[in-house]
Structures are given as C-alpha cells and as structure tokens.
Design a protein around this ligand. Structure first.
Ligand code: PEP
Ligand code: MG
Length: 595
C-alpha cells in the first residue's frame, strides 16, 4: 500500500483499477505488408515526411527574419529531426526488413530511442525526446489522418487513468463512463486538464511527481479528490472506508441537487445569479439540470479541436444557435477562441513557443489569424438572432486589442446588414479580465465601449503572481489569497460598479464557497459562473450567508499582510457556515489521510 498527496483538480472519489499510460505513449495499428508493397509503403512514408517538412518550413519562415534557408533549418529542431538518419532511415529499413507498415516501423524506432535516452538524466536530452515525439506524432498524423492513439480507446474496463500529463483536449474526449478518475504527475491548481475533468465530473488529482513509478495497470487504487490523496493497493479496511465515504459524498451531492432549481438569495436578500461554464452545446442540458441561470463562459476552443479541420461558418453558427436556443430565456456568453498557453492543438499548426502562456494566445492569436477570427465573429453574430447571446474576448491586455476586435465586429455587422442577414444589433460586447494591465484599467475599458467584464481568476492569478498555472513545481505558490490578488479583485469589482459596467467571475474561484463568499463581499457581482456540478452546492451555501457580513469580512481581511493570517481567519469564520459535505480548497489543504 502506498499513499501520495497531490493537487486537487476535480472533486469526487473514485475507486477502481489503474490504467497507466506510459510517458511516451504512441500506439499504432500494426499491419503486415507483402514484399511487393514495400516500395509503395516507403513512398507513403516519404510523402508524409515531405508534407510535414513543408509545414515546419512554413512556420519556421515566419519567425526566421533574415536567416538563409540552410541556417533556418539548422536552428529549427523539428526540421533537423526530419533529416535525422536515426529516425528516418531506420524506419525505412524496418519496413523493408520486417515487412510492416511504416507507422509500426516508426513507432519501433521511436521506442528504441526512448529506451536509450530515457535512462539519461540530462534535461537537454529529455527536451530532444519531446521534440522527436512531436515530429513522430506529426508523421503519424500525416500518414493516417489521425494522431497517435492515446491508448484510452483500448480500456478494457472503466479505469482510473495514470499519466505523466494529459492535454486538455485529451481530457475533453474522455467519458465519465470509461474513465473513473485520473492522476497526473504534471499539472497545477488551475491547469485546463483539471478544469475540463471537473466539467465532466471526473475526479482528478494532478501534480504528483514520479507516481508512475509506483503504480501498474491493474493495481487497485483509491483516488480521494476531496482531500487530494491517492492510495495505491489499499488494504481491505481502507477500501471499505473509502467506499463508505464515496457513498456518502454521492448521497450529499444528490441531496443538494434537489434544491438546484431554487434561486440563490442571501439571508439579507441579495440575489446571486449562478451560471455555468461549458465546453460545448451538449453540456447545456446538464447545466440546466444543475440549476444554471445562464452560461457565463462558453470555452469555444473545444469546438475547434474536435475533428481534424476547423469548423466552418455554418457549423459554428449551428452550434452557437443551439446554445442560444437551449439556454433561453437566459443569456449565454460566448468567449472567442482562447488557444495557446496549455491549450495547443496539432491541426491548428501552432508554433512551438518558449513561453506559451506569454505568447501568441487567445485574442492575440485571433488578431493574428484574421480569417479564423472573422469566421467565428460572423457565426456568433448570426446566432445572436436566436436568443440572448453576448460575446467576450479572452486575455485582453490593451485597449487597442479590444478596439481592433470590436472594429472587426462592426465591419461584419455592416456586411450582414447589407446582405439582410438577421443578427442582434444590441448584442453586448465584453472582455475577460485576466491580465494585470486590464485589471488596473477597468475605467478606460468601460469608457471605451466595453459593455461587461468577466474576471478570469485562473489566468489573472497566473499573470499577477507570475506563476505558471499548469506547472506543478510552482503550484504551491499559486495563491488566490495572496493579498495582492484580493486587493486586485476588490479594485476590479469596485471600479466596474462605479462605472456601472456589469462584472462577473468565471474563473475557478467562483466555485469554491470561501472564495465565492469573498467575491460576494467585494461588491455588486452580476453572476458567478462555474462548472455546473458545483452550482447546487454554491446555491445552498449562498442561501446561508449574508452579503453584508461578507463585505465586513473582506474589509477586515484586507488589513492582513500574510496569507497564513488570512487563511486562519477564513477557516475560523467561514467554514462554520458550510453545510455537511461542503468542501473548500482551504479545508482539503491540511487534511492528512483520515483513517
Ligand atoms: C480563467 O482564466 O479564469 C478562465 C475562466 O479562462 P480559462 O480557464 O479557460 O483560461
Ligand atoms: Mg483564462
């Protein structure tokens, strides 16, 4: 039996068998070939190399400045790997010698490289291996039209997945039926992988370095994502204890869901609107069931990575129209594409960046890819005719960015008018507050046409404290209760209230009762938006508190200098307001394994 403690990414308890995805988990379909097919198969491999090379060259040219073509190739690791005899030649030889398809030969060559390199401690070599994996994936993609199988489709029974890391897009493909929960070595408190798990109601714990060394496929495991504990090969007694705890958590969740349809009004009469964060229109039925009073954040990037091509205008229009119609008479806020950071996807041919969180992300990406952005804006505008939609831009850092995006909207509106296509002329245009520059400029944005604000606390904390939200090594420094964060949130909400611009919160802070309490105490918040499973719990909590008290506590808290004092104060004063089964990041932090 072994116990590990990790970072709680998505709440719940899972008990079952482990399925371990190896760190470099490329799986391909093996196919034997005849001697007379060898030539054609090698040609197919060569064609894939050429296709991928063209893609790499095109993206390298963009950043190459005045470099000559030969120098550019030397400096680009991916182009170099494509010409590397170890990978390419050995693959060709294996096809010839073993009479297998090039996919299998490529994987075998890659596996040998992993075995050789993985024993070495040198960080550069590990990086090199990641580059090679990237290239191999591209080649597999080019040959088969699909990425390397991630192994998840091979699950023989519902399992708890253990992996070094999972991308948010891998996670979005999971189904709660097959995946009971997951544990990763990488990841921070608000990495998107955890956020998506939470929206799918899959318990998840992230940030346990080297756990893959202690677990094997088929081991029984308990994942207690109410405290962050993972128990590998539990004793019978532990197994029983957690099974009882799991039943109780499920029972309390069900109980809270019974009142999900009722409004969340504080004891002193302040009505708080609770809305849902979604990743697709199919999440709306669940959101309504959990009592959502609108969609506060539609993360549209997930619509863009489902197939192996971009959705066209009509496809997007149909999707946004469904969102508008299904949530009516409530409002849905559609956030324009937020790609980049930890959300990178192969077929969007995004460049490898040294600092993706500070790179060509979100609105910056869209303003750099006009055609993609234009198509999205047009489809949102067309869909706005069918319900109450709003649109908002992510990661805005300057007024210029907002104005550029809005002027594109204005141009599209004129085109639609000219072509007599219906749209809502009064659709509100807003922005997320996720960068420190936006946080301190609310007045300027409000004075220049921003019609509403939505605070993305996940990113705001990342950028304010300079802590990578997806990096497990700095996860303990990612602190929503840092006095600078509290003061910044206070300033944003107060400023927006002063300028009479609606302000909501859609980051993960909204769904933690203690943080929600603080946000309610900071002023007039239009809505708190969260993954829909958390709505019943938050509604219940809000019915037990007074907004006036919350304000007094916030004012008192702002006198403290240290996080420790703030936490102590909150646990003493707010936790007693919890009903049974309610948890907060603060209450799970100190919990040791309780049996
Ligand atoms: C946020 O940053 O708080 C947010 C809601 O957006 P995302 O988590 O998708 O970056
Ligand atoms: Mg964000």
């Amino acid at each position: 039996m072994k116990i590990f403690k990790g970072i709680l990414a998505s709440p719940g308890i899972a008990i079952g068998k482990a399925y371990v995805l190896s760190r470099f988990h490329l799986a391909v379909v093996t196919r034997a070939i005849n001697k007379n097919e060898v030539y054609a198969e090698i040609e197919r491999f060569n064609a894939a190399i050429e296709m991928v090379r063209k893609e790499f060259v095109a993206s390298a040219n963009k950043g190459a400045g005045n470099l000559s073509a030969s120098l550019r190739d030397i400096f680009n690791p991916h182009i170099q790997i494509l010409s590397d005899p170890t990978l390419v030649e050995q693959t060709r030889q294996l096809v010839e010698k073993n009479h297998v398809n090039p996919e299998t030969a490529l994987k075998e060559t890659f596996d040998k490289l992993v075995q050789r390199f993985d024993k070495m401690k040198d960080g550069h070599i590990k990086d090199r291996l990641q580059d090679i994996e990237f290239v191999v994936n591209k080649l597999l993609h080019a040959m088969t039209g699909a990425g390397g199988d991630d192994g998840l489709s091979n699950l023989a029974e519902p399992s708890i997945i253990f992996a070094h890391d999972l991308s948010p897009f891998d996670t979005a493909q999971m189904s709660a039926k097959d995946v009971l929960g997951f544990v990763t070595e990488a990841g921070g408190k608000t990495s998107h992988t955890g956020i998506i798990a939470s929206s799918l109601n899959i318990p998840a714990i992230v940030g346990i370095p080297k756990i893959l060394k202690s677990v094997q496929t088929g081991d029984y495991v308990v994942l207690d994502a109410t405290t962050g504990n993972v128990i590998i090969r539990p004793t019978d007694e532990q197994f029983q204890t957690f099974n009882r705890k799991r039943q109780k958590v499920l029972y309390l969740d069900k109980k809270m869901e019974m009142d999900a349809g009722k409004e969340a009004r504080t004891l002193d009469g302040v009505l708080v609107t609770l809305s849902a964060n979604i990743e697709g229109h199919s999440d709306i039925a669940g959101a309504i069931l959990h009592g959502a009073e609108g969609i506060g954040l539609y993360r549209t990037e997930f619509l863009f990575v489902k197939g192996n091509r971009l959705p066209d205008e009509d496809e997007q229009f149909e999707d946004y129209k469904k969102v508008a119609q299904s949530i009516a008479p409530h409002t849905a806020i559609i956030r324009t594409l937020d790609l980049g950071g930890d959300k990178i996807h192969d077929h969007l041919s995004m460049e490898h960046e040294a600092n993706p969180a500070l790179g060509l992300r979100a609105i910056r990406y869209c303003l750099d890819h006009h055609a993609i952005f234009r198509t999205q804006l047009r489809s949102i505008l067309r869909a706005s005719h069918y319900g109450k939609l709003r649109v908002m831009f992510p990661m805005v850092g300057s007024l210029e960015e907002f104005l550029k995006a809005r002027s594109m909207m204005d141009k599209i509106k004129r085109e639609l008018e000219r072509d007599k296509i219906h749209f809502d002329r009064n659709m509100k245009i807003g922005m997320m507050v996720e960068t420190p520059s936006a946080a301190i400029s609310i007045h300027q944005f409000a004075a220049n046409g921003v019609e509403f604000f939505s605070i993305g606390t996940n990113d705001l904390i990342q950028y304010l404290l300079a802590i990578d939200r997806a990096n497990q090594s700095v996860a303990s420094l990612y602190e929503p209760l840092n006095p600078a964060v509290i003061r910044t949130l206070w300033n944003i909400i107060q400023s927006a209230n002063r300028y009479k611009a609606p302000v909501s919160v859609c980051g993960k802070m909204s769904m933690d009762p203690i943080y929600a309490f603080l946000l309610i105490g900071m002023g007039d918040v239009e809505s708190l938006s969260m993954d829909s499973h958390s709505i019943p719990k938050l509604k219940q909590f809000i019915r037990n508190i007074s907004a006036e008290d919350a304000r007094k506590h916030v004012l008192r808290l702002m006198e403290f200098d240290r996080v420790k004092e703030i936490k102590k104060y909150l646990v003493k004063n707010i936790v007693p307001l919890f009903s049974e089964g309610m948890v907060s990041e603060l209450t799970s932090e100190d919990s040791s394994v309780d049996f």
